[in-house]
Design a binder for this molecule. Sequence first.
Ligand code: HOC
Length: 371
Amino acid sequence: AAGSLVCLDDFEKYAYGKLDRNALDYYRSGANDELSLRDNRAAFGRYRFRPRFLQKDVSKRDLTTRIQGQPVDFPVGIAPTAMQRMAHPDGEVATGRAAAAMKTCMILSTIATSSIEEVAQASPEGLRWFQLYIYRDREVTKELVRRAERSGYKALVLTVDTPMFGRRLADTRNKFTLPPHLRMANFKQADYKSDGVKGSKESGLSEYAASLFNPSLKWTDVRWLKQFTKLPVIVKGILTGEDAVEAVRTGVDGIVVSNHGARQLDGVPATIDVLPEVVRAVNGQCEVYLDGGVRTGTDVLKALALGAKAVFIGRPALYGLAYDGEAGVKTILQILRDELSLAMALAGCASLSDINSSLVVHQSYYLHPKL
Ligand code: HOC
């Protein structure tokens, strides 16, 4: 198969044939009717480029940037996705190594099948952020933060869109379970309450989530986290200008425009459609990132033009893992880096600072040409 897989969609198709139903449905699914899942991808196709020619020498492109002050070779990182050892025995350790080799950022999920420490030790040189929920049990939350700090993670990514667990129909039908040889590596068995995930009448995860998640959280709890840690706090899951303003007021260091891979509230907009509203509201007061539906270098370029400092990929990394562990994830990142570099040349951009909002318009612009 190797040579015939040339784009991210090829790896997705390959993974569909390789992963077992329990894992594939868990990774692939969105919530309910999957309206937002489809829209995350389709929306990128509704934007058009306005390339400029002969303005810049584009024979070499500089894709380097900094996120939260840390250098990366290109503005595409790995979003947090749970339970990666279902895709490959090396799971999050392989993903961390691939991100480090490609000199970009990996966000490790709390709900990982490799621990905070294992991932850090396997790629000590890599840039790692840690995704966090504020759990019902504050001691569990505090301990996770302390462990991430001790292991050299450079930021906390607080997911705010999960007061309760979204309804994923396939997981319910499959009665999703974590395979018996795997474990939630960041939790002590006592906190993990494994019975919920391993054999339940519904989706095991949704029962487990109900025991952990705290639907009474407010912005004051984000302040609590800010005071508790010296690490930058980035909130993930913002979908409106109003919440972006609230986030900035709370003093966050970054925002990920995300709809949780369309796995929470079905019917929310595609993240690329929301990005301009959030960027406007934030008005440069913190960095804004995006995840959701990114599959090509031109998707990345569109997001950067609309104001994202960087983007993150979730499912494509899982499909790369399923294909060939660390090497598979590395290939996924290489493809996106090379596609972005080419798209920049074709759009007339020699560096990321040449990319701005005049490069992209919504396709409706061409229904009423202004030029
Ligand atoms: C506590 C169990 O974000 C998803 C992930 C995992 C959520 C953890 C639930 O499936 O969308």
